[in-house]
Write a protein that binds this ligand. Structure first.
Ligand SMILES: Cc1ncc(COP(=O)(O)O)c(C=O)c1O
Length: 314
């Protein structure tokens, strides 16, 4: 309990940790990837002015594998020894890729590099404990896969690393050794926060492992039916360590926003399947599919039929 504090979401949690990380000196560098979330990329970019550091960006390999992602980050840190802070996203909201953050964070720590992990899209459907990530700084929300109302999240700061994050806007409500001094929201929506225990009860009643198994099953069911469609690329590898519920696809050659919108409109209007386009991937736009607990295997089957038709049409 003395390592977590409630926030209004993952953005707020990660902003205070990235912005408040006080070990950077001018001349150091920080790094993030194309698949990281936009708001965290902005916060990392801000460090250039705030801390006088160089901001290094990188593109996660496509296609990605467990090993080539680890190798990519290992090379990044070896090539750029001035990197002191690395942003990692546990599950990318762009492609659904589940990044091996535990291995990368361990490797980074061996080089004296801290990681800050965006777990907004993972905890609540991927079954893990924060300690498994090997990172001292992790941001979560509770309004995605835990199902609390919008405006609930939390930050995790490893107890012995609290001093490396500044008090939030020089908070004086709590002592310097109290993690609650690292987020000062002001008058928050406490009705929201009071609903968190009920959301967690529901999550535990279903069971984290059951949720993960069900969601991966729904994901596997549509993906496996379209793996042999020649012009359709699945953005996560067929390696159960590398995805959760979310998986994106690209119909080859359709890399612009307008092309993506045409495909998502087609899937909605002709097939009644809701998908979302996602930009920011270095090699071009993708379309994300996110099954939920209420989806059925028949929904996955309909999506697979729709994608076979879409791949012929676009
Ligand atoms: C990977 C990732 N990080 C952070 C966020 C932001 O989370 P929040 O809405 O809790 O601020 C999102 C939301 O979509 C996300 O997908």
């Amino acid at each position: 309990m003395d390592e977590i504090a409630i926030t209004r979401g993952a953005t707020e949690a990660l902003q205070v940790m990235i912005g408040g990380y006080n070990k950077l000196k001018p001349g150091d560098a920080v790094a993030y990837a194309d698949l990281d979330y936009d708001s965290m990329q902005y916060a990392m970019n801000w460090l250039k002015d705030r801390r006088g550091v160089e901001v290094i960006t990188t593109a996660i390999p496509e296609p990605a594998t467990y090993q080539n992602v680890i190798d990519h980050y290992t090379k990044l840190l070896a090539d750029s020894p001035r990197i002191k802070l690395l942003l990692l996203t546990h599950i990318s909201h762009r492609t659904g890729l589940k990044v091996p953050v535990a291995e990368i964070s361990r490797m980074a720590a061996e080089r004296g590099v801290d990681t800050v992990v965006d777990a907004a899209h993972s905890w609540g459907h991927v079954d893990f404990d924060v300690k498994d990530l090997n990172s001292p700084f992790v941001g979560f929300n509770l309004h995605k896969w835990i199902g609390a109302p919008l405006g609930c999240g939390f930050l995790y700061i490893q107890k012995d690393r609290l001093g490396d994050i500044d008090r939030h806007f020089a908070d004086e409500d709590f002592d310097a050794d109290d993690v609650r001094s690292r987020i000062h929201t002001g008058t928050a929506n406490s009705a929201n926060y009071l609903s968190i225990p009920a959301a967690l009860d529901f999550h535990h009643a279903v069971g984290a492992a059951n949720k993960f198994a069900r969601l991966q099953y729904l994901r596997d069911r549509w993906v496996q039916q379209v793996l042999d469609v020649p012009n359709l690329t699945i953005m996560t590898p067929e390696d159960r360590r590398m995805y959760g519920a979310l998986t994106s696809f690209r119909i080859d050659g359709n890399t612009t926003r307008d092309q993506s919108v045409a495909i998502t409109d087609y899937l909605t209007n002709e097939w009644g399947v809701f998908t979302v386009r996602r930009g920011g991937v270095t090699k071009g736009e993708v379309i994300r599919v996110t099954p939920a607990l209420y989806n059925t295997p028949q929904d996955s089957d309909r999506l697979a039929r729709a994608l076979k038709a879409a791949a012929k049409r676009f």
